[in-house]
Design a protein around this ligand. Sequence first.
Ligand SMILES: Cc1cc2nc3c(=O)[nH]c(=O)nc-3n(C[C@H](O)[C@H](O)[C@H](O)COP(=O)(O)OP(=O)(O)OC[C@H]3O[C@@H](n4cnc5c(N)ncnc54)[C@H](O)[C@@H]3O)c2cc1C
Length: 394
Amino acid sequence: MTHSIDVVIAGGGVMGNATAWELSRRGVDVLIVDRQQPGRATSASAGGLWPIGEAVGLGCGVIYQATRSGKDSTDAVPEMLPEVFRDFLVESNSRFPELAGTLQDRTGLDIELGDGPGLLFLMNSVQQQAVVDNIARGLPDGFILELLSTTDVAELEPAVTTDIVGGALLPGEFQVNPMMLAEAFKRAALAEGARLQHDELVSAIHRSGDRVTGVTLGEDRIDCGTVVNAAGAWAGRLAATAGIELPIEPIRGQVVLTEALPPLISTCISTSSCYLVQKHHGEVLIGSTTENAGFDSSVTEVGIRDLCRGAVTTVPVLTDICIKRMWAGLRPGTPDELPVLGPVSGLEGYANATGGFRTGIVAAPLMARVVAQSVVGETTDVAIEPYLAGRFGG
Ligand SMILES: Cc1cc2nc3c(=O)[nH]c(=O)nc-3n(C[C@H](O)[C@H](O)[C@H](O)COP(=O)(O)OP(=O)(O)OC[C@H]3O[C@@H](n4cnc5c(N)ncnc54)[C@H](O)[C@@H]3O)c2cc1C
């Protein structure tokens, strides 16, 4: 059977749902198609909103660098993302307070936008301290990174070890509930008239010459004006069905969640071996490995042990508490750690909405807007060029 629709969005994680909302509120007829694959990233995420932290490498990025360099995590030094993307993340993050209110009004859902002192990076070595000093000096006016002594850290976070050389606080960088965010985007899109085909796989994207014409769903073929590829870590595989090169690779992140605890930490704590965030209901989320393990989304003894070791070293009282759950998710990773958005040169009727990697939650509001704007031909809020797939060549 053949059907026709304006836009088919392949993937119903935070990116697919946010893009569906942005398109449907512009009057576009949208169908979201989602098959929940083991390891889908949004529901595995920590929900950290750490725009500067991630951009300067003091969030999950420092763990990524430690893994990539193979160094002892106490010596790992952060690496910066390009300034243009730092500004993108800051802009996207600034939209959360208004977004939370809008989504609550339209869907009744609370995305649990937290409000705490910020992201606190703990420095384990003088080498890390020197790098962080440099980062602080290099930040432009208006970006705040407060350097804290060990005593300052102890006052702010009494549960944290004093066996550190200091801390760096990024005020205003906090957290959200990523599942509620994705669900709220989805419900807001459905309220605007979008449709959802749940538990269905887009098995192929159809192409006729330099035009994408539709998708295959089970036995059905759906013709459409545009296919938006929001298939997360699977986006490269899906693009390949239409001969489109998209270098997305799954980067596994393992996570440990403790039992619910009384208030223990007030900041999102980041170190080069793990990060810790206390969630809305009191559980402490300990994340996260950054591994190339293909599409294997299982947890490993080594991964969980390393995270637990990092957590109890950082917050010693965690030694005596119980683990409630552990899981792993697959980040849609890109070679340069930047997202992949918008059209592909020389091909009509196709747009990428993927590559959120380790910042796909904080970046989602702006990523989705930019993709939707490019699909309907509006001027994009920020330049899309740094995020086009064409930057990879091919
Ligand atoms: C452990 C971990 C911690 C993280 N922490 C943070 C954080 O603190 N802050 C932050 O900003 N980011 C974080 N991230 C990154 C962020 O979660 C991701 O970048 C983001 O969720 C990606 O969203 P997505 O919609 O692109 O992909 P997904 O959420 O994976 O959604 C893709 C969806 O498409 C479906 N799908 C795949 N192929 C098909 C197909 N062919 N047809 C139909 N459906 C398909 C999948 O099953 C899935 O439901 C973290 C990620 C992980 C794994």
